[in-house]
Design a binder for this molecule. Structure first.
Ligand code: ADP
Ligand code: ZN
Length: 294
């Protein structure tokens, strides 16, 4: 049986695994993300030791995902400076020409959720992680969307909440963007502490839900997904789901006449089923697809 290597490359950690073609996981390795000089050699060695036949990668970005580009598979303009313009896919392949594929970490996550998890059976779905940053993976007509580069759902612009003491948000690039207003550090900045330590009934979660609901409205009105999956550290606050669902319906104001939303919002805006390995499983599926295509 052939072996498929998978890497979920994150800003804080790298999770690697080797799978058999049927999805049986053989071994997993987690490493802290340091500089490429420190982190790449043990990753290359891990895949080499297993003699993988294909590789799938889901990575933090921005990434060059255009197969025709000379910098295909590079991490491009990331604020993690050591990884800026880094040929991630090429260096992982270590000179071998095995079938390989790369996508964003959140696109990998939505592939896994659509094939095996909370969006099973959907041809159109979105996965958004709300953690240290916010990123969205878009699955449309059965494929992830790349487009010109790839979607950057975290930097869509929102309307500030009238009671938000920090309506500009904390994104260094944009005034009042989703990530700047609603990622974990934005909540922390708003309350002067760590979002993780707040009580469930803290009023800041109503403001948070208002932003995540605007995001859902914008996704619904632009992409018409069959399901929206919300993951990441902030969504571990499970009470937020009810607040986001309620405010989404309120903001839509009856305009979208779909029973999935008007009657079944609890099954429409949902948690990931494969968390915390959605991205890793998606990376395996990307590698498996590359193998099948070859
Ligand atoms: P990363 O995005 O770095 O992969 P996470 O998805 O775990 O990591 O997100 C970390 C962020 O989520 C931090 O800003 C943290 O404050 C916030 N967070 C983690 N758990 C909770 C929680 N239960 N409630 C609210 N915020 C949380
Ligand atoms: Zn921004």
């Amino acid at each position: 049986m052939k072996k498929i290597g998978a890497l979920e490359a994150g800003g804080t950690k790298m999770v690697l695994a080797v799978y058999e073609e049927d999805g049986t996981e053989l071994e997993r390795l987690t490493l802290p993300t340091e500089t490429p000089e420190i982190t790449m050699p043990p990753m290359i060695a891990f895949f080499r030791r297993h003699g993988i036949d294909a590789l799938g990668v889901g990575s933090f970005g921005p990434l060059d995902l255009n197969p025709a580009s000379p910098t295909y598979g590079f991490i491009t303009s990331t604020p993690k400076l050591a990884w800026k313009n880094y040929p991630l896919l090429k260096n992982l392949l270590d000179g071998r020409s095995i079938p390989a594929g790369i996508d964003t970490d959140v696109n990998a996550a939505i592939i896994a959720e659509a094939e095996l998890g909370a969006a099973r059976g959907c041809q159109n779905a979105v996965y958004v992680t709300i953690g240290t940053g916010i990123g969205g993976g878009v699955y449309a007509n059965g494929q992830t969307v790349h487009g010109l580069l790839h979607p950057e759902v975290g930097h869509t612009l929102l309307r500030p909440h009238p009671l938000d003491p920090n309506p500009r948000g904390v994104c260094p690039y944009h005034e009042s963007c989703l990530e700047g207003l609603a990622a974990g550090p934005a909540i922390g900045a708003r309350v002067g502490g760590d979002a993780k330590n707040l009580p469930d009934d803290h009023p800041t979660f109503e403001i948070e839900a208002f932003y995540l609901a605007q995001m859902c409205v914008n996704l619904i009105t632009t992409l018409s997904p069959e399901r929206i999956i919300l993951g990441g550290g902030v969504m571990q606050r499970s009470r937020l789901f009810a607040q986001v669902r309620e405010q989404t319906v309120r903001l839509l104001n009856g305009y979208i006449q779909a029973p999935a939303i008007t009657e079944h919002i609890d099954e429409y805006i949902v948690a990931p089923q494969l968390f915390p390995v959605s991205g890793l499983v998606g990376s395996y599926l990307i590698g498996k697809k590359a193998l099948e295509k070859a």
